[in-house]
Design a protein around this ligand. Structure first.
Ligand code: GSH
Length: 210
């Protein structure tokens, strides 16, 4: 039997940073297994957990979950006493899902196309799920401008996911640093759980260099 209910597969230089933060917000015991990109992530053992050969992934009481947004939402639901999601009957559950899915879908697609310098023909915006990069960024700005957090005064797993994406995309220069984005990321990254996750990731990255 594992010592904790949660086994987390990570690499310190990856999107798994989101889950490091989420797990620190959750405050439940977990075991982290660091995998390198070309070796451990492509073994039959790990491909049985994530056939994509990517991190992050978790195994929670034997249940595999991959995809950063899904892991955040799943963990929040498994530990409802931690208040990291609006309750199932709350109207804010709609807002919560809306922006989790928006960032995992349209925002990531638009930003990926921009990062790869792929031309986005203006006349194809109706068939593209993200429409145009401008529309996606304007919508995202609204989501983080109305209140302290995505769901008002309650910090949720959606803030872990959306906050991580905005921080990461701004850092890599693919999302313009609008004042609303900077203010939201500043609020989010001041949280003790974020700070702890940063320390954990930095230590793991340093150990990897050795
Ligand atoms: N859709 C996945 C993407 C995960 C992903 O692309 N992870 C990258 C690191 S940032 C990875 O593991 N790459 C290793 C590889 O593909 O070989 C998610 O959102 O969790």
């Amino acid at each position: 039997m594992p010592a904790s209910r949660i086994t987390f597969y990570s690499n310190p230089q990856s999107r798994a940073a989101v889950i490091h933060w989420m797990l620190e917000e959750l405050g439940e015991p977990y075991e982290t297994i660091y995998l390198n990109f070309q070796g451990a992530m492509k073994t039959p053992e790990y491909l049985a957990i994530n056939p994509m050969g990517k991190v992050p992934a978790i195994v929670h009481d034997g249940q595999i979950v991959t995809e950063g947004a899904a892991i955040c939402a799943f963990l929040a639901d498994q530990y409802p006493q931690k208040n990291l999601a609006p309750t199932l009957d709350s109207p804010l559950r709609g807002t919560y899902y809306r922006w989790l899915f928006f960032v995992a879908g349209p925002l990531e697609e638009a930003i990926t196309m921009k990062s790869l310098n792929m031309p986005i023909p203006a006349d194809k915006s109706a068939m593209l799920g993200f429409g145009t990069l401008g529309h996606v960024v304007d919508a995202l700005e609204q989501a983080v401008s109305n209140a302290t957090w995505i769901c008002g005064e309650q910090f949720t797993a959606a803030d872990v996911y959306v906050g991580s994406a905005i921080r990461f995309y701004m850092q890599f220069g693919v999302l313009e640093p609008r004042p609303a984005f900077k203010a939201y990321v500043d609020r989010a990254t001041q949280r003790p759980a974020y700070q702890r996750s940063l320390e954990i990731i930095q230590k793991a990255a340093a150990a990897q260099q050795k």
